[in-house]
Ligand binder design. Structure first.
Ligand SMILES: Nc1ncnc2c1ncn2[C@@H]1O[C@H](COP(=O)(O)OP(=O)(O)O)[C@@H](O)[C@H]1O
Ligand SMILES: [Mg+2]
Length: 275
């Protein structure tokens, strides 16, 4: 469970401008896909189509091999968690109630709900002391953690995230990124994560989708996009900046140590690895 397929999707908000242009994309179960691209290229629009918040003009989208038009909308949304930048916690409800908002509606018993909320808070790195607090008592980063916990409450197979950490400070963002990577490793959800931040896309995505102007320029691993760019747009978008972004921790650390001598610059190494 958690398979998503876009087939030849087209979208215009009004008659003049095409926002999504004959886009096809297959997302296997359990994948962590980052959707990257400049502002206005259609990332949010694409994401909101999956849980039927935005209709498309033509083409089809299937979730678990069933056309989303054939899915009951409520049922579909319950199987898809959704996290956005301004997560909109309900101010008059405690954190526990905010997390279990969905479960409350289905009237599961109180002890179960408390246990569930504790478990979810722990998963997103907050102590259970927060259960009885109110949203106004939390920092921006903590609120986003609660937002992630809430998205996980109904145990969805898919999580859609739209620049979820865009408004929090850098330290909180790094911590939240690490947390979501852990959650993905632990729970094996399919995650579709929109960002315009190349570093974030590289750090999180097992697959990166680079969009521009309503189209996909390239789909692949970070290595694919950095070292085998499909066209000039990808080359320019990633280039040295993308390469540098990988140097922190991941794949290139060893290479970096082996190849880069003291007097060499990152540029030289980049050229070396490319050739
Ligand atoms: N509700 C809307 N009505 C009309 N145009 C919209 C609406 N939402 C987005 N757009 C336009 O669609 C394009 C893609 O927007 P969006 O999907 O939000 O891009 P991104 O998330 O990549 O920044 C932009 O040109 C934007 O102005
Ligand atoms: Mg957007």
């Amino acid at each position: 469970m958690g398979f998503i397929e876009f087939e030849n999707i087209t979208k215009s908000y009004d008659t003049s401008e095409i926002v999504i242009d004959h886009l096809s994309l297959t997302i296997p179960e359990g994948e962590f896909v980052t959707i990257l691209g400049p502002s206005g290229c259609g990332k949010t629009t694409l994401l909101k189509m999956v849980n039927k918040l935005t209709p498309y003009s033509s083409g089809s989208i299937t979730v678990d091999h069933k056309d989303i038009q054939d899915w009951d909308t409520i049922k579909l949304r319950r199987s898809i968690g959704y996290v956005i930048q301004q997560i909109g916690l309900l101010p008059h409800l405690s954190i526990e109630k905010n997390i279990n908002y969905i479960l409350n509606i289905t009237k599961s018993d109180k002890k179960f709900r408390r246990g569930k909320a504790e478990e979810l808070l722990e998963l997103v790195g907050l102590s259970k002391d927060y259960l009885t607090r109110y949203p106004r008592e939390l920092s921006g980063g903590q609120k986003q953690r609660v937002g992630v916990a809430r998205a996980l409450a109904a145990d969805p197979k898919i999580i859609l995230m739209d620049e979820p950490f865009g408004a929090v400070d850098e330290i909180a963002r790094t911590a939240l990124q690490d947390e979501i990577l852990n959650i993905h490793k632990k729970l094996k959800k399919t995650i579709l994560f929109v960002t315009h931040d190349i570093q974030e896309a590289i750090k999180l995505g097992t697959t990166i989708v680079l969009m521009n102007d309503g189209k996909i320029e390239q789909v692949g691993t970070k290595e694919d996009l950095i070292f085998s760019p499909a066209n000039d747009f990808v080359r320019e978008f990633f280039g040295i900046k993308g390469f540098q972004a990988t140097l922190d921790k991941s794949i290139l650390r060893d290479l970096y140590k082996r190849i880069l001598t003291k007097e060499e610059s990152i540029e030289t190494l980049y050229q070396k690895l490319k050739s």
